[in-house]
Design a protein around this ligand. Structure first.
Ligand code: FAD
Length: 265
């Protein structure tokens, strides 16, 4: 690991002051992705700005049909939170399935969504639910946020502060996990709002994406059988050590079916 300075601001403004004035600063949330990259010397930073002491980045609240979760809320808190389990159980189930207890007790929702790993779980929920990503500068609709592999609409001087999720009539998430890490090989989050269904696919390609054909089929019929006729072109899918692109394309209809079954349960 290259040497670096460490800062632990108590407010968002203090964090922004360092972020905007330092040479090569980096925000530190749970450190579950960033610290591993630094230990392998894949990345070097002048100062790590630890967000842990900033109260404004914490908290879970429900206002009408909107669930708001602070960026520094950890995966384990989402999994166990009574209000989330009651109002949006699919999100609690998703958080419960991330990695192992030690990662869940450190990793944060904001860190995961800022990182936008193609094999991460949260991006699928954020996109399928049509969430809003709040930052110190603006509110970003999920449809405009995920730009590509590890790429988002966040600017260099922007801190993700919270995410607001519209509460759906029904929602379900299912993933084929990597057996060791839990990262997604192919996953789907389905969310039903009135007569409309949104479907977000993660793990299969370089970035989470919505699938128009799946959304059309599931909007017409919100039933597991509606996934049977779906086909996915493997051309742009991920081919790696863990699974081939053809495999990912072939399992997706089954993954969507399982997500739908959960949404209806
Ligand atoms: C063994 C292992 C298994 C894992 N398995 C899974 C899995 O199954 N599913 C899954 O989804 N994830 C998995 N992860 C990743 C885990 O969920 C991490 O918690 C997550 O990727 C990053 O969150 P973090 O809070 O640790 O962020 P950090 O590592 O601290 O930061 C990640 C990046 O986001 C930036 N960042 C952090 N917070 C903010 C913010 N508020 N605003 C702007 N930028 C910010 C940082 O600067 C950094 O670039 C795994 C990790 C490990 C080590």
């Amino acid at each position: 690991m290259y040497s670096f300075e460490y800062a632990r601001p108590n407010t968002l403004n203090e964090a922004l002051d360092i972020l905007c004035s330092d040479v090569e600063p980096r925000l530190l949330a749970g450190g579950q992705t960033l610290l591993a990259a630094m230990k392998h010397r894949l990345t070097a930073h002048s100062t790590l700005i630890d967000l842990q002491a900033i109260d404004a980045l914490r908290g879970v609240s429900v206002d009408g049909a909107i669930l708001r979760i602070g960026a520094m809320v950890r995966h384990a808190e989402v999994a166990a939170h009574i209000e989330i389990r009651g109002r949006l159980p699919a999100l609690a189930v998703l958080a419960e399935g991330i990695a192992d207890p030690s990662v869940r007790n450190m990793g944060t929702m904001g860190g995961s969504v800022a990182n936008n790993d193609p094999a991460a779980d949260y991006p699928a929920a954020v996109l399928a639910l049509g969430a809003t990503i709040h930052t110190n500068l603006r509110d970003i609709p999920a449809d405009d946020y995920f730009l590509g592999m590890f790429a988002t609409a966040l600017a260099r001087d922007e801190i993700l502060t919270a995410i607001s999720f519209p509460l759906p009539d029904a929602a379900g998430y299912f993933k084929l996990p990597h057996p060791a890490s839990g990262y997604v090989l192919a996953g789907a989050f389905v969310a039903r709002f009135g007569d409309t269904t949104r479907v977000a696919i993660n793990g299969a390609g370089p970035c989470v994406f919505r699938d128009a054909a799946a959304e059309g089929a599931l909007s017409a019929r919100f039933h597991p059988d509606a996934a049977a006729g779906l086909h996915f072109d493997p051309e742009d899918f991920t081919e790696d050590l863990h699974a081939g692109k053809d495999y990912r394309a072939q399992v997706l209809p089954h993954v969507i079916r399982r997500a739908l079954t959960r949404a209806l349960a």
